[in-house]
Design a protein. Structure first.
Lengths: 243, 391
């Protein structure tokens, strides 16, 4: 369960995030939808505790992120916007490194690692060095590394951005599996199809503010449009004219 | 939170860098370069000393002074050769190391017991011929003194009358101290090897993490930042220490195989001296990676970090340069000053003066203080948003 209240973050004169609030319950996939530069990544960085909000508060399973970032991070699995690998380590070593940093005991860690390699279809490359991996392979290793401690809350910043069809399917499969096991999933994208294919609830962000919130049907009904894409244009465009 | 994360991070960084061919090459190069350079230089010096004992003397106008030429030819290691027509030109164009030119009026003046003209052409800017020129000058001086002495005896005067002074050179340094002046360069190479051997891990684990975008995922683990930094530092310090130790072992082996007797120096590093030397300089292996990590945190890429490291290497050679005009040996109060202290302590060991326990502890404490300071600064940098996200 993640709850963000009135987040504000400014960089110099730019108000990148200007009062964003949303709640992401367990067992639900919450999508943050917005054009590039809308403030999705900055909002998520504050949620996972690497950026301090100028004002506002964030709670993860009732733990205050601003005052206890590490306790909150232990409850989160995060795939950041840019998630690089170590060229000279294998996927297995990546997962083991992060598992050890999470404090998972050896035997349990090996079992968890085998499970992640299985569901993310990493078997063929599990013991190859990451140096020559494709974009999709890198993303899957990053995701496995983020999920090693079986977190209750999962934050994915543009996880399918630039992935091929097979990798996208694998990532979607994992997200559905997380929902089925009552995890809280927050997932950002600027791609409509991704959001509509996966998300139960959609938070539309534009110019650092939440402009609408609800299921895909509620959003289309709200704007009087027939497709989510038209609704999205209407929602973010209205904001543009107003500004 | 447990401390176990430090070991996890250190092990991962060591595994990662052990697979990096570039870091292995840097380690080997940095450990072999110093000892090989020292070996080359000492061999050169020894060769010059040896060359001065067997010299070829080009003489122009030898027919005017058979006495002098015969006397020279009888000296051990001297061979007389015909000199070039243009003595000055030959020396200037480096065809000859030096040329002895005997004037036409030599025979006449010599017979009359008047100073007979001899010219010695040489080029004092040429380092390599200095020893030979010194030898021939000394030989000519001796001929002059011996002949003069015999003339005085022939006139019933003791040659002692003509010698107003009796010069005795008394050398106060012992053989090991003289060796230390030749080996001044060794402590500098040991210190440099710590900086070069630890650099790869220190920069790859900081600037490298930023460059490949792996810093953000790493910081999302529930581990205090200081533990991440300490683990990375531990790995880099292990590399630096290994490099330093390897340099020392290679240097010691190379020196024991060199013909140091030709230089008139005795050189001996026993087990005890080696042990104290390692103790004296190991603070550098801890300090170097801490400074490097702090600097590399500012860099967005490995390459940018390496350009900072260049300045650092330049800065740490300053104590070595300083020591050539300000003597730093036998000054225990220098020991707590990081880097300068280790340099001074190493010079003392090589010069045959073992630094006391107090000096070693002082040196270690001074360096430890700086290590803590730089690691704390690096930890602060790695918590700053503009470092984590600044690209």
């Amino acid at each position: 369960m993640i709850r963000a209240e009135n987040l504000v973050k400014t960089f110099g004169a730019v108000r990148a995030v200007d009062g964003v609030s949303f709640a992401a319950p367990d067992g639900v996939v919450t999508g943050l939808l917005g054009p590039n530069g809308a403030g999705k990544t900055t909002s998520l960085r504050m949620v996972y505790g690497l950026m301090k909000p100028d004002s506002g508060s964030i709670e993860v399973d009732g733990v205050d992120v601003v005052s206890k970032p590490q306790a909150a991070q232990a409850r989160m699995g995060v795939l950041p916007d840019l998630s690089g690998l170590y060229q000279r380590l294998t996927p297995r070593e990546h997962i083991r490194y992060f598992g050890q940093l999470q404090g998972i005991p050896g035997g349990e860690l090996e079992k968890r690692m085998d499970h992640l390699i299985e569901i993310l279809e990493l078997k063929g490359i599990a013991d190859r060095r990451a140096g020559g991996f494709s974009h999709g392979e890198r993303a899957k290793v990053g995701l496995a590394r983020a999920l090693v401690h079986d977190p209750q809350n999962v934050i994915l910043d543009e996880p399918t951005n630039g992935l091929d069809v097979m990798s996208t399917r694998a990532v979607r499969e994992v997200i559905r599996h997380l929902r089925a096991t009552k995890r809280c999933v927050v997932f950002s994208s600027h791609v409509m199809q991704e959001i509509s294919a996966l998300c139960d609830r959609i938070v539309v962000i534009a110019r650092g503010q939440v402009v609408a919130e609800g299921s895909a049907e509620e959003l289309t009904a709200l704007t009087g449009k027939t497709t989510l894409e038209d609704a999205f244009v209407a929602l973010t465009g209205v904001q543009g004219e107003a500004a | 939170m447990k401390w176990g994360a430090i070991g996890v991070v250190a092990r991962k960084e060591l595994l990662d860098s052990s697979r990096d061919r570039r870091s292995i090459y840097v380690l080997l190069f940095s450990t072999l370069f110093g000892p090989l350079l020292i070996a080359f230089m000492l061999n050169q010096i020894a060769g010059q000393e040896k060359a001065a004992h067997e010299i070829q003397v080009p003489v122009v106008g030898g027919q005017y002074a058979p006495v002098l030429v015969n006397w020279l030819a009888q000296q051990p290691g001297v061979e007389i050769a015909a000199g070039p027509a243009d003595a000055e030109g030959a020396v200037r164009e480096r065809k000859s190391d030096f040329v002895v030119v005997i004037g036409k009026e030599f025979a006449e003046r010599f017979r009359d017991s008047r100073p007979a003209p001899v010219q010695l052409f040489s080029d004092s800017t040429r380092q390599t011929t200095r020893a030979k020129v010194r030898r021939i000058r000394a030989l000519l001086g001796r001929f002059s003194a011996e002949t003069g002495g015999m003339r005085l005896i022939a006139r019933g005067v003791s040659p002692a009358v003509a010698a107003a002074l009796k010069m005795d050179d008394v050398e106060v340094s012992n053989a090991q101290q003289r060796a230390a002046t030749v080996f001044n360069i060794i402590p500098m190479f040991l210190i440099l090897s710590a900086f070069t051997a630890g650099m790869q891990i220190a920069t790859d684990s900081t600037a490298g993490e930023r460059e490949r975008n792996s810093l953000e995922p790493l910081l999302l683990n529930p581990v205090p930042r200081w533990q991440l930094v300490t683990g990375k530092w531990l790995a880099a310090a292990t590399g630096a220490f290994a490099g330093m130790l390897l340099t020392l072992v290679v240097t010691s082996n190379v020196l024991s195989r060199l013909p140091l007797e030709d230089l008139g120096v005795r050189y001996h590093l026993g087990r005890e001296e080696m042990g104290v030397l390692v103790l004296a300089i190991c603070p550098i292996a801890l300090l170097a990676p801490a400074i490097q990590m702090y600097l590399a945190c500012f860099a967005k890429s490995f390459k940018e970090a390496q350009s900072y490291m260049g300045f650092l290497v330049f800065a740490i050679t300053i104590p070595g340069v300083m020591s050539t005009f300000y003597p730093i040996t036998n000054r225990p109060w220098l020991h707590p000053i990081p880097i300068v202290g280790q340099y001074a302590a190493a010079m003392d060991v090589l010069g045959g003066n073992m630094p006391g326990v107090l000096g070693l502890v002082g040196g270690a404490l001074g360096a430890a203080g700086l290590v803590v300071l730089f690691l704390a600064l690096a930890t602060r940098l790695l918590s700053a948003e503009k470092i984590i996200f600044g690209r």
